[in-house]
Design a protein around this ligand. Structure first.
Ligand SMILES: [Zn+2]
Length: 134
């Protein structure tokens, strides 16, 4: 592991820990920039929902520096750490099928996602938010 070049000038152990973590995040981001990554602060290029999904993904992957970087990005954009759900909308026709926001179509023999205890989307893995037509 490379040692970050950021100066750590704090004296309280909490501040030292935060500075070291920030230095690790800066190093990780510099590596990403060298690979051509960037644009996270541009809401047109990266909607906050995309950053939230990446954050949820990286929590599962397990690298706390990546989680810190993505948390920082979401924080700067005013978002929460909750990943947006996958909106399932029931077709208004007689098929009764449901369309997911991630582009899949689902049918149930009886009832909808709630009645069939579908909590997470089978396609994208996000929490299902069911919306029935009026
Ligand atoms: Zn989905």
């Amino acid at each position: 592991m490379m040692i970050a070049t950021t100066q750590v000038t704090a004296t309280h152990p909490d501040d030292i820990a935060v500075d070291l973590y920030a230095a690790a995040m800066k190093e990780k981001m510099a590596i990403g920039r060298a690979k051509g990554r960037g644009g996270w602060s541009n809401s047109m290029q990266f909607p906050v929902e995309d950053l939230q999904l990446l954050l949820a993904d990286h929590v599962q992957k397990g690298n706390p520096v990546d989680v810190g970087v993505l948390s920082m990005m979401v924080w700067h954009r005013g978002g929460t750490t909750n990943a947006p759900g996958c909106l399932w909308t029931q077709h208004a026709d007689e098929s009764g099928a449901w369309a997911s926001a991630c582009g899949e179509s689902w049918s149930f023999a009886d009832g909808g996602p709630k009645e069939n205890h579908v909590g997470y989307c089978h396609h994208c893995g996000r929490q299902v938010v069911a919306e029935q037509p009026d």
